[in-house]
Design a protein around this ligand. Structure first.
Ligand code: F6R
Length: 606
């Protein structure tokens, strides 16, 4: 999704903006642009395509100490240079970069056209630049407020004005925006990744808040022009977190980071003596945890599939009815919100619009929501009543991997905490704590099998269509496996409950349709083996993800063997080879693995 960067200071803004834009590339975009203020006025450059195309088009001597930049993911209007940001007022004096959607843009545009404005783009964002330029307020801050008073919708904007060349004014409503505090410099970004090279001291703006940034600092204020008190906080991030290092792709880097990042996530959160999890961030005591009669998990895409894994863990370990629902559906029905239900929002970015709206709807109706969120200080994290930070570190590849494993572990800990105030025995609790502590080492074992998994992936990549099957604990694993495979390989990959095969999908099985089957060693192994035999009987190629204790169901079956864990935790480990399978299939096919076509990292608009 769109990205914003900005800089005010004593250095040349151009390389800083370009580096920031490159750091935002992972979010997905189709065009990019920058505008810098210099004594000669505003100089702006925009290009369809990659940030490197924009960079190549810049004049060598372009300089300016104040500037804004943008990566655009088209919503209003085609992918053209004219629609790329920064957008300008008619006279070019005011420049605006905008993330989000202005809902009443058409009405505002008609009104501006009727009074003599001419437009050079099809974007909703251009109206904001016109409205600001038309304001007769003396300060840029007041002009921005005048404009925003007429606008409805979601936005993060950054504005420059030739009449006020020492500053950038920014505003936030529903789209993230962060200020970075530097040494006689200020930075602006929609995402921490763009700031990390320059500062770790940041200010998260709230919805309805604005800020002025100059080389000497910042001032935040409300829509009533009242100053708001904001103290910078320090973020725990280094450039190596967002650099590729020895890896060719971020997706592989993030898959291989899991043993270490999970160890970090578990540190201090497990109680081996009492066999439970310490989750202080939930802000819920044992009595509160005991009072919940139901758990409802909300997330989108892969986060929803991990939510299904979480719901099963909670039902198994805590015996509390639990289910997961796509937040994108939940927000559009009229959900019954119950006071004794624990709502759990799960999101890597913490900015997914559908999940954020679902959280607000629950809170509006008086429900209690906690978050399993990766990005600290993100919108959803701040809207929730409490939560478990995932501590996976920045995830740059569009296809989510490590954050999902961290979500599954977060759910295991939540299930433990809910179980141990109910009927889960101390010995079972201790068994699960030991199981969780063993996860990082076992993931290392799976990662060591990469060459074998890569070979299987190269073969699967030749098929146009694939099935992923699993049963009960294995089914959400299969769904996530299919999701990952289709996202990066662009192959049709569909997940089914293994139990449902004979009720229809079996009709499609033949030598041209491979199946990836999830067959853990558990109480359902025999049933899964029966499903495999049905596939083999119809010449369907198979790759089985299983435990070494599961005997070969058929001679010559291609297997990926995963170390055994506690049965309730099996989904965590079974997911890892599926990440590598998707990665290597995409690599075989030569795709842009970290930025799959049509997809964005955080989906902050409808
Ligand atoms: C899958 C994927 C998406 C996200 C979904 C939710 O690889 O990346 O399906 O899981 O868009 O995103 P977050 O977790 O940021 O809310």
């Amino acid at each position: 999704m769109c990205g914003i960067v900005g800089y005010v200071g004593n250095q040349n803004a151009v390389p800083i903006l370009m580096e920031g834009l490159a750091r935002l590339e992972y979010r997905g975009y189709d065009s990019a642009g920058i505008a810098v203020l210099s004594p000669q006025g505003t100089q702006a450059y925009r290009r369809v395509g990659r940030v490197r195309d924009l960079e190549a088009s810049l004049p060598r001597r372009l300089t300016g100490k104040v500037g804004i930049g943008h990566t655009r993911w088209a919503t209003h209007g085609q992918v053209t240079e004219a629609n790329a940001h920064p957008q300008a007022s008619g006279d070019g004096r005011v420049r605006v970069v905008h993330n989000g959607i202005i809902d009443n843009a058409m009405d505002l545009r008609d009104a501006l056209l009727a009074t003599g404005s001419t437009f050079s783009s099809e974007t909703d964002s251009e109206v904001v630049a016109h409205l600001i330029a038309r304001s007769d307020s003396a300060t840029l801050e007041a002009a921005v407020l005048d404009a925003l008073a007429q606008v409805t919708g979601t936005y993060a904007i950054a504005v420059t004005d030739e009449l006020h060349p020492d500053r950038i004014v920014v505003a936030r409503n529903g789209s993230p925006l962060i200020l970075g505090v530097g040494d006689r410099a200020m930075f602006i970004a929609s995402d921490l990744a763009a700031l990390v090279r320059h500062t770790t001291s940041v200010v998260h703006l709230d919805d309805g808040e604005l800020a002025t940034v100059t080389a000497s600092g910042f001032r935040t204020f409300s829509r009533d022009e009242e100053n708001t008190a904001k103290t910078p906080t320090s973020v725990d991030l280094t450039t190596s977190d967002v650099d590729l290092g020895e890896h060719q792709h971020f997706m592989r880097k993030e898959i291989f980071e899991q043993p270490e990042s999970i160890e970090r996530m578990l540190r201090g959160r497990l109680d081996e003596r009492f066999g439970t999890a310490r989750l202080d961030g939930l802000n819920l005591g044992p009595r509160d945890l005991r009072a919940f009669r139901r758990v409802k998990i909300l997330g989108c895409g892969s986060a929803y599939y991990v939510g299904q894994i979480g719901a099963l863990m909670i039902e198994e370990l805590a015996r509390v009815p639990a289910d997961a629902e796509p937040a994108s559906e939940f927000r559009y029905r009229n959900p019954v919100i119950e006071p004794d239900t624990l709502y759990v929002a799960v999101s890597q970015s913490g900015e997914t619009a559908d999940t954020a709206f679902a959280v607000r709807e629950i809170k509006r109706k008086g429900g209690q929501v906690v978050g399993l969120i990766n990005v600290v200080g993100s919108t959803i994290a701040r809207d929730c009543d409490g939560g478990i930070y995932l501590h996976a570190g920045p995830e740059v590849a569009v296809a989510s991997t490590k954050a999902l494993t961290h979500m599954a572990i977060g759910f295991a800990m939540l299930a433990l905490a809910l179980g141990r105030v109910r009927d889960l025995s101390i010995t079972d609790g201790q068994r699960l704590v030991a199981g969780l502590l063993g996860v990082p080492g076992k993931i290392k074992e799976i990662l060591a099998d990469e060459p074998h998994i890569a070979e299987l992936a190269a073969d699967l990549a030749r098929a146009r269509s694939l099935f992923f099957i699993g049963r009960v604990r294995g089914f959400p694993v299969a769904r996530e496996g299919a999701q990952k495979f289709k996202e990066v390989s662009y192959r049709h990959a569909e997940a089914y409950q293994a139990s449902e095969l004979k009720h229809g999908p079996l009709a499609l099985i033949d030598a041209g349709l491979p199946t990836v089957a999830i067959v853990p060693d558990d109480e359902l192994t025999d049933r899964n083996v029966a499903a495999i035999k049905q596939i083999v009987a119809r010449n369907g190629p198979l790759v089985v993800i299983t435990h070494s204790s599961v005997a070969d169901a058929e001679p010559n079956l291609r297997r990926i063997t995963v170390p055994k864990s506690e049965p309730e935790l099996d989904p965590i480990l079974l997911t890892v080879p599926l990440q590598l399978l998707a990665y290597h299939a995409a690599r075989t096919l030569g795709h842009d693995i970290d930025k799959p076509r049509n997809l964005a990292k955080s989906v902050t608009v409808e």
